[in-house]
Design a protein around this ligand. Structure first.
Ligand code: NDP
Ligand code: CU
Length: 420
């Protein structure tokens, strides 16, 4: 059975488009002539209002603005303009210099700020906060418009209030939405990679935020509404956070290293000293550390893959992949790339230590931290160590980290809370 809105829309279209059309149930194209519409421009515009009901979201998502304005023709403004053009929008730049358009994306128009503001409902402000006062004389033109504040600061708490709140105070008649500030001009130019599709927005007006969300989704981004404009400061601090996803993996790596280091220290060095009076403390720095690295590397590697397995099991158990993961798993999933990279780092350290040992043993004689049992072979010459190092590196370490790297791409596509 067809959904009711499809039937209603078809009926509406049939009523309008006389004589009966063939092959263009929603007046898309004449069969055999792709790209040629079955209606004239006027009919199409009349039809639009009737047939928008095709979308069951009509009540909640307003129509996308046809023309979008970007204030500022700098790095971000140009890159954003290009992406908007590629997404099918008509773009008008608001600039102080309306004639210096050689570097602007082809197809965009450049006007003065006032004229540009009047021509569009949605305006992206790609100008540094320090220059926002140029907007004050434009208050009339900006009344009722949606202003997207893209600005970032150089450091936290640089200004007493968030840039977006400041913008709102300058232009109280406009609807300010903070957002898109976590994107870089570079990523916009190259198309957002999987890792940075997520953008955050906040603002007082729900309608204004919906307009921005609609544009974001047309640009291939997924916008997450973080609430009111009071959250703007938090969003502005996002780009200033240094390695936000690295904290937990680093803590795990340090914790594991310390735990295994002390365990091995007690088990081999202190134990040997207490029971046999052997002082092998000189092996702590290299041989003992070299025992710790591969252990931590392998544990980190398994921690990198484990959440994916757990997530799959959870999805199978729930019978759907469209439900939110528990927060702990969500957080863990987001850390996988960092866990994998740390695992690679420890594997690399292990290789380095293994290569250092023969150089040292040439001077001090072959060393082995672990007491040798009868029948156990000890590499006695540097070449054997080299051989051991190369083999262990290729067989046990190089392969898994390369897998980690390739997984990194797909892991990055993981957006918080959902597996898509
Ligand atoms: N570059 C990036 O990757 C990112 C930038 N941002 C933010 O976007 C904003 C712009 O950054 P970006 O494009 O790199 O900066 P740019 O310096 O490249 O461009 C800023 C633009 O602002 C306009 N401008 C400068 N001074 C004034 C003024 N006195 N009055 C009116 N307009 C002025 C100019 O446009 P015109 O000459 O046309 O008037 C200029 O090209 C900043 O707030 C930044 O924090 C946020 C995320 C990423
Ligand atoms: Cu090894």
């Amino acid at each position: 059975m067809e959904p009711f809105w499809t039937i209603r829309a078809l009926q509406a279209c049939r009523k309008k488009a006389q004589p009966p059309f063939q092959g263009c149930p929603v007046h898309r194209e004449i069969p055999g002539n792709p790209g040629i519409s079955c209606m004239t421009g006027q009919e199409r515009s009349e039809e639009k209002s009737e047939c928008v009901s095709l979308s069951p979201m009509r009540e909640t998502v307003p129509a996308l603005p046809e023309r979008v304005c970007v204030f500022g023709t700098g790095d971000l403004g140009r890159s954003l303009g290009l992406r908007l053009l590629q997404a099918g929008y008509s773009v008008v730049f608001g600039s102080r210099r309306t004639h210096s358009s050689s570097r602007l994306p082809h197809g965009a128009q450049v006007l003065g700020h006032a004229a540009a503001a009047q021509s569009a409902h949605l305006i992206f402000i790609a100008v540094q906060r320090e220059h926002y006062d140029f907007l004050v004389p434009l208050a009339n033109q900006l009344k009722g418009k949606v202003l997207v504040d893209l600005s970032n600061n150089l450091r936290k708490n640089q200004y007493p209030e968030a840039n977006a709140e400041y913008l709102q105070s300058l232009v109280p008649g406009a609807e300010v939405v903070k957002g898109f500030n976590t994107l870089s001009a570079w990523s916009l130019q190259n198309g957002p990679s999987d890792a940075n599709r997520q953008v955050y927005i906040c603002g007082e007006s729900v309608e204004a935020k919906q307009v921005v969300i609609a544009v974001a989704s047309k640009l291939g981004l997924s916008a997450l509404d973080r609430g009111f404009l009071s959250v703007a400061r938090e969003l502005e601090d996002f780009p200033l956070q240094l390695f936000p996803q690295w904290r937990l993996p680093l803590r795990i790596a340090i914790g594991l290293s310390a735990a295994f280091f002390f365990y091995l220290l007690i088990r081999y060095v202190i134990y040997a000293y207490v029971t046999q009076g052997d002082d092998i403390s000189f092996r702590i720095m290299v041989s003992l550390a070299n025992q710790v690295c591969p252990i931590v590397s392998l544990i980190m590697l398994s921690l990198c893959y484990l959440p994916g397995v757990l997530a799959s099991i959870l999805q199978l158990y729930r019978g759907t992949k469209y439900r939110r993961f528990p927060n702990w798993l969500d957080h863990w999933m987001l850390c996988r790339k960092q866990l994998g990279l740390l695992s690679l780092g420890f594997a690399f350290l292990h290789v380095l230590y293994t290569l250092i040992i023969p150089i040292r043993s040439e001077r001090t004689g072959p060393q082995c931290l672990i007491p040798q049992r009868p029948g156990m072979t000890t590499p006695t010459c540097p070449w054997e160590f080299w051989d051991l190092a190369c083999t262990s590196y290729w067989e046990s370490h190089l392969f898994p980290p390369s897998v980690t790297f390739s997984a990194g791409g797909s892991l990055a596509s993981y957006s918080p809370s959902w597996v898509t």
